[in-house]
Design a protein around this ligand. Sequence first.
Ligand SMILES: *[C@@H]1O[C@H](CO)[C@@H](O)[C@H](O)[C@H]1NC(C)=O
Ligand SMILES: *[C@@H]1O[C@H](CO)[C@@H](O)[C@H](O)[C@H]1NC(C)=O
Ligand SMILES: *[C@@H]1O[C@H](CO)[C@@H](O)[C@H](O)[C@H]1NC(C)=O
Ligand SMILES: *[C@@H]1O[C@H](CO)[C@@H](O)[C@H](O)[C@H]1NC(C)=O
Ligand SMILES: *[C@@H]1O[C@H](CO)[C@@H](O)[C@H](O)[C@H]1NC(C)=O
Ligand SMILES: *[C@@H]1O[C@H](CO)[C@@H](O)[C@H](O)[C@H]1NC(C)=O
Ligand SMILES: *[C@@H]1O[C@H](CO)[C@@H](O)[C@H](O)[C@H]1NC(C)=O
Ligand SMILES: *[C@@H]1O[C@H](CO)[C@@H](O)[C@H](O)[C@H]1NC(C)=O
Length: 419
Amino acid sequence: MAQPLSALPLLILLISGAGAAAPPPEVPSRGSDLDPRQLTALQSMGFPTSRDPCSVPSARDNATACDNSAPFRHLVSLRLANCSPDLDLPTTALRALSTLRSLSFLRCPVSAPKHLPVSLASSLRSFSCDTSLRRLTGVWLSRLQNLTDLSVVGVPISTSGPAVVLSQMRRLRSVTIARTNLSGGVPRHWHALDLVYLNFSSNRLKGRIPSSISALGSLQNLDLSSNALSGTLPDSIGDLADLKNATFAHNSLSGPIPDSISQLSSLTHLDLSSNQFNGSIPKFVAEMKQLKFLNLEKNNFQGVFPFNATFLRKLDVFKVGGNANLCYNRTQLPSKLKLKLGIAPCDKYGQPVSPPPDRSTRADSDYADDGSDEGSGDNGGGGGGNHHGPSKLVLGVAIALSCLVFLVIFLICLSKICR
Ligand SMILES: *[C@@H]1O[C@H](CO)[C@@H](O)[C@H](O)[C@H]1NC(C)=O
Ligand SMILES: *[C@@H]1O[C@H](CO)[C@@H](O)[C@H](O)[C@H]1NC(C)=O
Ligand SMILES: *[C@@H]1O[C@H](CO)[C@@H](O)[C@H](O)[C@H]1NC(C)=O
Ligand SMILES: *[C@@H]1O[C@H](CO)[C@@H](O)[C@H](O)[C@H]1NC(C)=O
Ligand SMILES: *[C@@H]1O[C@H](CO)[C@@H](O)[C@H](O)[C@H]1NC(C)=O
Ligand SMILES: *[C@@H]1O[C@H](CO)[C@@H](O)[C@H](O)[C@H]1NC(C)=O
Ligand SMILES: *[C@@H]1O[C@H](CO)[C@@H](O)[C@H](O)[C@H]1NC(C)=O
Ligand SMILES: *[C@@H]1O[C@H](CO)[C@@H](O)[C@H](O)[C@H]1NC(C)=O
């Protein structure tokens, strides 16, 4: 999201795998464009600067970007990738880099500097730390007050909750704090009201999703998956009018799908899997025009499955297995789709007639499975009125197939005899 930077020349900075392998500081042959204080700072961090960081052709990793100021250019973006663990990040060097607007660490297992100099902390707009800096605190991160983009992935953060990290950041547009062992709850008070992307996946967040989440009126992506959240989805979720991608998978959320979801006309991706949602699956979901991905599996949904084949074929991904009290109306879906659903057919009272088909064995014998559904339906005494159509169809197809096989064998034999 570092759009202001994209126009600037991106240049590589080749970081040596071992800080020790840095060549002796040398005066670059063509005379450096880079501010000498910043050049020294980079050198003190063990980076080879034999080629001017402001004039090396761009590459994807280990990148730097410089502004065009005179007489010296300044670093505006620095990305440190795959550093050696004994790389040093001296405070004086970091202070000299206070022109940086973007700083990112990728697989740099060095210790986090105790105090990021205030001048650097407040100049940063984008900070990213992926499997780097060993361990961070909420307070350390909270000093990065002017960030628009924050991403911390795979680094433990000790704090009482994400509110500590975010409380001072009013300009945030994108936040990822994922796989950080983050504890506490989803914040109740939001300061960054322009947030477009919020990702707290794979942490230890617990408690309810506060209804005040609706304050994030520009939110497009919400990923709260793989936490320990409980309670219901707040009705106010329907106020997030721009929401496109919502993932609540792998929590302990319960209750019904709120009706207000029907207002989310941009929603393309909804994942409620592996929770304890219950109640019936609302029919209005089929009216959600943009929906392409819908995962409802492993919940406690009940009643008759409301979707028809037209809707299901429109989706790229649909999952609903692992809902023991949910069933489908035999007369309303083609056999092929029924088998894919992983739920049982309904009896005439709208109750499942048998345990849902085991998805792992189904691939072996599609037809046999359909047959056994019918059988258990009869045993249960419920499916009486419904079971003729599908079973006849299956039998018909089976007979037709065997006839075809016989015919082919017969023709082969015949051709051999005739020769
Ligand atoms: C970045 O630096 C690491 C360590 O020196 C190196 O292995 C890697 O190839 C570099 N990446 C690029 C794109 O130069
Ligand atoms: C960064 O944030 C601080 C404190 O919120 C503010 O005083 C300062 O003006 C901001 N700096 C820039 C360069 O925007
Ligand atoms: C994760 O947090 C818990 C307490 O909240 C702590 O006991 C545990 O050591 C932490 N794990 C890591 C890897 O930091
Ligand atoms: C959230 O972050 C995790 C970890 O980086 C990533 O795997 C996941 O795709 C992200 N979610 C969204 C919605 O982008
Ligand atoms: C939606 O979120 C999932 C992860 O939760 C991610 O894999 C997917 O790429 C996201 N889609 C979009 C369009 O952002
Ligand atoms: C759903 O579960 C909640 C408890 O988690 C319960 O109070 C409620 O009655 C259930 N609703 C239905 C329709 O089963
Ligand atoms: C399928 O369901 C959708 C939404 O409920 C409805 O608009 C459509 O007419 C149905 N199609 C058929 C063939 O029943
Ligand atoms: C299944 O669909 C048929 C025809 O659409 C309807 O008459 C019947 O009541 C439905 N059964 C259940 C259990 O909803």
